[in-house]
Design a protein around this ligand. Structure first.
Ligand code: SAM
Length: 241
């Protein structure tokens, strides 16, 4: 019985992968297209992919792409790109964007570790990091570590905003410490986003990701942090706890 179930999941995944190959809103580069070189869309996302001049916002570790799709619906004059390595999850967001004809939502399937191959200086205005893997033992693998922030500095506009949503106290505190130690400009630091009714945090409350819904059901508090990234600063990693 169990075996049958896993076979079905594999088949569905395969079908999704196959279908996604033909999606015009999904980019799935081959390794040789980015290894030791820049991807062809680097610096060209607006001209070649979105065909407009609007600001670009990324969702890192987008999973099913709830922020990418919902923000794209609400802000038609901005372009959104969801990035994740897991194609079967991304299929959902990409399919929704196609079915609803949302032209300003795109998806990129890659490891975020290669992100500097994809975006050029000043190309990105904002980043959302939604429920990243917490990496409890490997701080530098966290998507808000100074290693990753140094990657983002290479292609973000100066003082571009980074948003973090997480259920994980460690990730929240760690990122807050980076902000404080490096004297970055903090915009919001909320420990319980669904326990506050601040109107300026409405979009943070109203768009819930797949993982977020599960955490909320488990009564976990959802934390949110946003800050401005100074692109001309050597960032210090906080000391290990
Ligand atoms: C906990 S899930 C959250 C997914 C989604 N944001 C949500 O909230 O439902 C973390 C996601 O980050 C992706 N991810 C983690 N590290 C990554 C990396 N280095 N490169 C690309 N994707 C990564 C995983 O594949 C996974 O889909």
């Amino acid at each position: 019985m169990k075996k049958q179930k896993s076979q079905k999941v594999t088949k569905n995944k395969k079908e999704r992968f196959a279908e996604m190959k033909a999606f015009p809103n999904v980019i799935e580069p081959e390794f040789q297209e980015i290894f030791n070189k820049n991807y062809r869309l680097r610096g060209q996302w607006n001209k070649e992919f979105f065909k407009n001049n609007h600001p670009i916002v990324l969702e890192l570790g987008c999973g099913k792409g709830e922020y990418t799709v919902n923000l794209a619906r609400h802000f038609p004059l901005q372009n959104f790109i969801g990035i994740d390595i897991k194609g079967a999850r991304m299929w959902k967001g990409a399919k929704t964007a196609l079915e609803e004809n949302i032209p300003n939502a795109g998806f990129l399937r890659t490891r975020i570790d290669f992100i500097t191959s994809f975006f050029d200086k000043d190309e990105v205005k904002e980043i959302w990091v939604t429920f990243p893997d917490p990496q409890p033992k490997k701080a530098r693998k966290r998507l808000t570590s100074t290693k990753f922030l140094a990657y983002y500095q290479k292609f973000m506009q100066n003082k571009g905003v980074i948003h973090l949503k997480t259920d994980h106290t460690l990730v929240y505190q760690y990122t807050l410490k980076i902000v404080q130690e490096n004297e970055l400009e903090l915009i919001h630091a909320e420990r319980d986003i669904h326990g506050t009714n601040k109107s300026e945090l409405e979009k943070v409350r109203n768009i819930q990701t797949f993982y977020e819904k599960q955490f909320v059901e488990q009564n976990k508090k959802i934390k949110y942090l946003s800050f401005k990234l100074n692109i001309n600063q050597d960032l210090k990693e906080p000391p290990d706890e």
